[in-house]
Design a binder for this molecule. Structure first.
Ligand code: ADP
Ligand code: MN
Ligand code: MN
Ligand code: MN
Length: 346
């Protein structure tokens, strides 16, 4: 009997920012046709369990949590017919665990099917070596920001081999990655996932984060999603979230976008969004470094100092999408996707 390795991946209960966890299970190789086939899909995979008391998801006297496979793809790192399996965490009898934010995303997705919500998330991150961003000299600082963004050459670019390997892995896994770029601070990079649906953007984002963590591990590099990894005159790390509905993408869409932006500006809604837009938000959204202060809300065309940017092309075409620039790099993509969808619904 030939076997494959299935890597079961889940989101833990670490606060304020959850971590990814994973463990490996051998399965009979013939499962691959069912999992990647159109008929059975991910439901062909067995459920599994783990010790929730070691992941901040349960107490020792009632420690068992369950893993429900929800999204699977080929494992580009192990290759062959091996699989990566993203799981939801559930407790007794299939109740979603409090750390399970995916269920809310699938629920609103079901209700908003006709709206055809699309997301494009720009995941920024910082490569860390010995607790310093890659490219920072030991005990000191590199030259000021300017030449690093989309830079070329060893003086300005650090960690490209990891980025290239990660990009190839995501493509091989079939993830909806749309691009990468070097960012404003040395050692800081971005990859984009999208356009993708409400649940899909989170599934693909977590898979991409998992692959990035695993690849960087082999280089002795740690991936930080800290919203402000270097204090002082250095850009923070965000996860700009581009969003559109079918109505926004069609003729007359610009008006729909403006109405939607007004809705995002409702005071109680602003508060709800900011509370879920990642730890360290106040440190990052200062009003400097291409951000709007978290204390104000504004939207504008082509404005990288606004909370919401309407891209120039969208304004010119009269239809397209908008960019919520507030989410931090450490956001839960399911939560942000759900919040933006809620503003369509209500
Ligand atoms: P920026 O100019 O802000 O750096 P990026 O090119 O990094 O933007 O990211 C833009 C993201 O928006 C990409 O992931 C892209 O796939 C996504 N996107 C493009 N069109 C739409 C749309 N109509 N709705 C939602 N997302 C979109
Ligand atoms: Mn970008
Ligand atoms: Mn960016
Ligand atoms: Mn952006």
């Amino acid at each position: 009997m030939s076997i494959i390795k299935a890597e079961y991946i889940w989101i833990d209960g670490t606060e304020p920012t959850p971590l990814l966890r994973s463990k490996t299970r051998m399965l009979e190789a013939n499962i691959i046709e069912k999992v990647l086939g159109a008929i059975t899909g991910v439901a062909a995979l067995p459920t599994w369990g783990f010790d929730g008391s070691s992941t901040n998801q349960a107490t020792g006297d009632d420690s068992d949590c369950q893993l429900f496979p929800v999204f699977a793809c080929r494992d580009p790192l192990r290759g062959g017919d091996n699989l990566l399996v993203l799981c939801e965490v559930v407790t007794h009898g299939g109740t979603p665990h409090p750390t399970n934010t995916r269920r809310a995303a699938t629920a609103i997705e079901e209700r908003l099917k006709a709206e055809e919500c699309w997301y494009g998330m720009e995941q920024e991150y910082t490569m860390m070596k010995d607790n310093y961003p890659l490219g920072f000299p030991e005990g000191g600082y590199p030259g000021p920001q300017g030449p690093y963004y989309c830079g070329v050459g060893a003086e300005y670019v650090f960690g490209r081999e990891i980025v290239e390997e990660h990009m190839d892995a995501c493509i091989k896994a079939g993830l909806k990655m749309s691009g990468i770029n070097a960012e404003v601070m040395p050692g800081q990079w971005e990859f984009q996932i999208g356009p993708a649906g409400i649940t899909e953007v989170g599934d693909h984002m977590y898979m991409a984060r998992y692959l990035l963590g695993r690849i960087a591990e082999t280089y002795g590099v740690d991936i930080s999603y800290d919203a402000k990894p270097a204090k002082g005159d250095w850009n923070g790390a965000g996860c700009h979230t581009n969003f559109s509905t079918k109505a926004m993408r069609e003729d007359g869409g610009l008006k729909v976008i403006h109405e939607y932006c007004e809705k995002l500006g409702e005071p109680d809604r602003i508060a709800r969004h900011l509370a879920a837009y990642g730890a360290g938000l106040e440190e990052r959204l200062t009003g400097a470094h291409e951000t709007a202060s978290f204390r104000e809300f504004k939207y504008g065309v082509s404005d990288r100092g606004a909370s919401i940017r309407i891209p120039m092309a969208t304004d010119l075409d009269g239809k397209g999408y908008l960019e919520d620039r507030r989410p931090c790099a450490n956001i839960d993509p399911y939560v942000v996707a759900t919040l933006l969808a809620e503003a369509v619904e209500s």
